[in-house]
Write a protein that binds this ligand. Sequence first.
Ligand SMILES: [Zn+2]
Length: 464
Amino acid sequence: MIFRRRKRVPLIALTVVIAVCTGASAQDKEQGNTAMAPDGRISAALKQISAQRIQANIEKLVSFGTRLTLSAQDPEAIAAGRGVGAAREWIKAEFERYSKDCGGCLEVKVDSFTEPAADRIPQPTQITNVYAVLRGSDAENAKRIVLVTGHYDSRNSDTLDVKGDAPGANDDGSGTAVSLECARVLSKMKFPATIIFLTVAGEEQGLNGSHHFAAMAKEQGWNVEAVLNNDIVGGDKSALQDHSVVRVFSEGLPAAATEQEIKRIRGLGGENDSASRQLARYVADVGRAYDVGVKPMLVFRLDRYLRGGDHYSFNQEGFAAVRFTEFREDFHHQHQNVRTENAIEYGDLAKFVDFDYVAHVARVNAATLASLASAPAPPANVHVLTKELENDSTLTWGASPGGRAAGYEIVWRATTSPEWEHVQKVGNVQRSTLKLSKDNVIFAVRAVDAEGHRSLPVVPAPER
Ligand SMILES: [Zn+2]
């Protein structure tokens, strides 16, 4: 939607103390040592993700002519296969087909509502989100939700053009295809936590669909641990595209932070440690652990200049959410009427999409969803003790809810480092003291299960 490296910083003191406190591993200054170990079951699932399926799905979405949120959704238009209503019905049928193939393992649902007239909505309009729920296999952990989303609505040069073609192959047929393909492949597996495969509408009119869905999740008290928003992940085949990279955008200061929380962030240097940023780091870790074919490139900002997306709706409700977008966008191929002018082809056509690239991005998403849904819940009530001035650091935490943690790990990094650099296994305890000064590093605690699945890390709050 439109609105109008790595360099290690050597810390001499830190390096010396690490040798004392972790001793066991000479390699633990290496980034890779904080990485998760790949799960063979997840690796096998990633091989099932198919560029051909993704291509067929994107071409099918394009075949509806336009998927503008304001376009036709009456029974005649649905029968004729043109407009947002026909697209919605096809997506629903597709989820239902996947469910049939896994013995009814998916609950296919719609979240339908009437959006009142607004800036880009001339009259009250029905908007329908379509989603499939792969319910967790463990009663306690099934309350935990990880979610992948893309928007199935499209637009051309005019946000109000209900008739003209708006193929939306890349924006956001690609993201819709990622949600669908993750559903098809992961529905063949079982996870302790719940995965939701979501496709929303109304994005181009003002993030309406995601706003409604995120507000519903908040109101109903859903425990949404992570949201992966895929928007423009088609790998447009323009000359300067880098097909080896996908950008992952994450907010810094949380949109939902209270005044008190902002004050603490300001005081302690927490600008780089929102829950969304921990999720972004987790995605980067997944990208290193699995053979996904594309490297997540973390961008530490909410979104691109002048642009917005559905992850923000979830951020506003206090959920961790990131946005995946191709490395380089071709603006001739977004939000444009299909035409040729001065030998330039305009329009968001399927021929500009690199389907292998979309499949790579789908693998990063599927691996992240599967890893998080396999992992224990993050530890609760993580604190760093600050009762007195001391150079050691004592962290305390509550057990990971849901009883799946076999132990815990403390990770840390220099305050200037983008990603976690060091890890200390501390066993199945809820308190640990490290010979490291909390003044010099940023800590977090994560839960690990018996097979090595890691939760999202949680940065401690100070406790006096
Ligand atoms: Zn979009």
